[in-house]
Ligand binder design. Structure first.
Ligand code: NAD
Ligand code: MLT
Length: 540
């Protein structure tokens, strides 16, 4: 499989992908248009903040299965468009938090102490230190807008250097403010009226775009200072430049522009311009928030591991998958079991269905990841129906298109098993067929009921599901036929009685074999006396 990288990530991370057997191409320093033409034939794409992944790129991405944003902000990724194209969208939301937080704190020092201009002056032979008398941060009030991962780091660090920290974040509960010892502002205006320093840490959304413009700047004390190491456009650039020129804002530090330059071009080739480049007391860094050795390594490794997992069809924490609070490891075996149940139904029965009901019982019912387990079941069903291109991101849409209703319910009552997945398939001809399964420690997937027959069958990759008359001699005949063809039986499990007691003339066998079983042998088994139906369950 082929992976395209359009913005630089750590060399070790590129090597990691190569070591996993991927064909990797680094296509750096190219225009958006060039990337959109080049994307054809690639299975995965890795970008940072400059490459825009939206409808025009996706329209040409004939093989794309996953896009990885090596970093936090996803304003350059159209997640909805990715979902519409069945492309898994990934990012590394925690890997560069510390780096970005530290840069913002560094800039907080710059805007109070003018360190970059003093440095520049000295290098130009100007040692008149009286020109660069700053202000102490200790005792000043910092206003953090957005108290998420990075905002919290910045708040903690600014408190550590003696600032009084207040914050505005309407989506964060009061407890977090209390825990951080940060004053909670109910409105943005409440923050603006008090602060000596504003530091922004929100994503760029319709709501936060230009959240600080002329009106907000003039609600602050004269001489306020501003740091934006989050996203360009959160502060209106023209309004900030005007307020700097006029003295309402004493100094600003900007790591990000609304429209970003190319970060690969040499100085002579760079055509970028921005009003803030000409504003007084404005310190600018070229989107350096994540640029530490540690963050580069974490972001790169994080994204290549996610891409690798996504391309291998594993459950990965994707932006366009149901979000849940638990660990992927906890639900992984249930996802695997659910997918097999979906697959088994079609391999054993093959009749079209109109509806599927999945009920999570016991402890599993309290898990926030059942949405993903249901998606796994849907993937199994669709694969059973011959859809080879189904993934976690397009499973729901694909089953909707098939007109199959999927209903998820939960029941925390613990009966015989601590955790149970009950799946009921409603066939077009009005029948209800049930498959129930559980997972025993450590990660053994077990079918406990199959089409009404109770059993206790650990799943293996190839199983023969055999329905037969419940009379002496049938097992012997099945074993003899398999033995004659040199097929070793790994395990055999029988379900003898219908749960409702209505059918005790038949039995359901699950026979796991070491060697593959051909169509011809299946026909021979079906012809044996007492055997009613044989289905090969290929659960790889
Ligand atoms: P996060 O999602 O953890 O936190 C964002 C916070 O903003 C959330 O708590 C959210 O409730 C809050 N928020 C949303 N809308 C708001 C509004 N209207 N008013 C106030 N608060 C609002 O994100 P994060 O990981 O902390 O990242 C913060 C920003 O930093 C993002 O824009 C990210 O892209 C950027 N970032 C920049 C760099 C860099 O190199 N400069 C590096 C990493 C992240
Ligand atoms: C991020 O959102 O992770 C940062 O802006 C860093 C980057 O773009 O690489």
């Amino acid at each position: 499989m082929k992976v395209l990288i359009t913005e630089s990530i750590a060399d070790e991370s590129v090597q990691y992908l190569k070591d996993q057997g991927y064909e990797v191409e680094e296509y750096l320093g190219h225009s958006q248009e060039e990337i959109e033409q080049y994307i054809k034939g690639f299975d995965a794409l890795i970008v940072r903040s400059a490459t825009k992944v939206g409808p025009s790129l996706l329209a040409n991405a004939d093989c794309l299965k996953a896009v990885g944003r090596a970093g936090t902000g996803i304003d350059n990724i159209d997640v909805k468009a990715c979902t519409d194209h069945g492309v898994i969208a990934l990012n590394t939301p925690t890997a560069n938090n510390m780096a970005a937080g530290e840069l913002a704190v560094g800039h907080a020092f710059n805007v109070f102490r003018y360190i970059p201009t003093a440095n520049e002056g000295v290098h130009n032979g100007d040692y008149r230190r009286g020109n660069w008398v700053g202000y102490e941060l200790e005792g000043k009030t910092a206003g953090v807008i957005g108290l998420g991962r990075i905002g919290s780091i910045v708040a903690r660090k600014l408190k550590g250097i003696g600032m009084n920290v207040i914050a505005y974040d309407p989506y964060i509960a009061a407890e977090k403010f209390e825990k951080l010892g940060v004053g909670r502002c109910q409105t943005l205006d409440e923050l603006l009226e008090q602060v000596d320093l504003i530091t922004l840490h929100t994503p760029k959304t319709k709501e936060t775009y230009n959240i600080i413009a002329k009106e907000q700047l003039y609600k602050c004390k004269r001489g306020v200072r501003i740091v934006n190491a989050a996203r360009g456009g959160l502060v209106n650039e023209q309004d900030l430049a005007d307020a700097l020129a006029e003295g309402q804002v004493a100094a600003a530090a900007i790591d990000v522009f609304d429209k970003e330059p190319s970060y690969n071009k040499k100085p002579g080739d760079q055509e970028f311009d921005n009003v803030l480049l000409h504003a007084p007391n404005c310190y600018i860094t070229p989107h350096l928030g994540a640029s530490t050795v540690e963050a580069t390594a974490k972001v790169g490794q994080g994204i290549v591991e996610l891409i690798d997992g996504a391309l291998k069809g594993e459950i990965v924490a994707a932006l366009n998958m149901p979000q849940f609070s638990g660990s992927v490891d906890e639900i992984r075996p249930y996802c695997s079991l659910a997918e097999k149940i979906g697959l088994m139904y079609f391999q054993a029965e093959g009749k079209p269905i109109t509806k599927v009901e999945v009920r999570y019982r016991g402890e599993l019912a309290t898990n926030s990841g059942t949405g993903i387990i249901t998606l796994s079941l849907i993937m199994g069903i669709l694969k059973g129906m011959g859809n080879e291109h189904v993934s976690y991101v397009n499973a729901q849409e694909s089953i909707d298109e098939c007109g199959i209703e999927v209903v998820e319910t939960k029941d925390e009552t613990i009966m015989r098993y601590n955790n149970l997945i009950n799946v009921k398939f409603y066939t077009e001809d009005g029948r209800e067929l049930k498959i129930n399964g559980t997972v025993f420690t450590p990660n053994t997937e077990v079918i406990v009921s199959f089409f009404g027959y109770e059993m206790n069958c650990p799943l293996s990759s190839t199983v023969l599901a055999i329905k037969n008359n419940d009379v002496p001699g049938v097992i012997g005949r099945i074993a003899t036929i398999l033995g004659k063809h040199n097929i070793n039986i790994v395990s055999m499990h029988w379900g003898r009685k219908n749960q409702d007691g209505s059918d005790n003339k038949h039995a359901q066998a699950f026979v796991a074999t070491e060697q593959p079983v051909s169509e011809k042998i299946i026909k021979e088994l079906e012809g044996a006396e007492g055997v009613l139906k044989v289905s090969l369950l290929d659960l790889e």
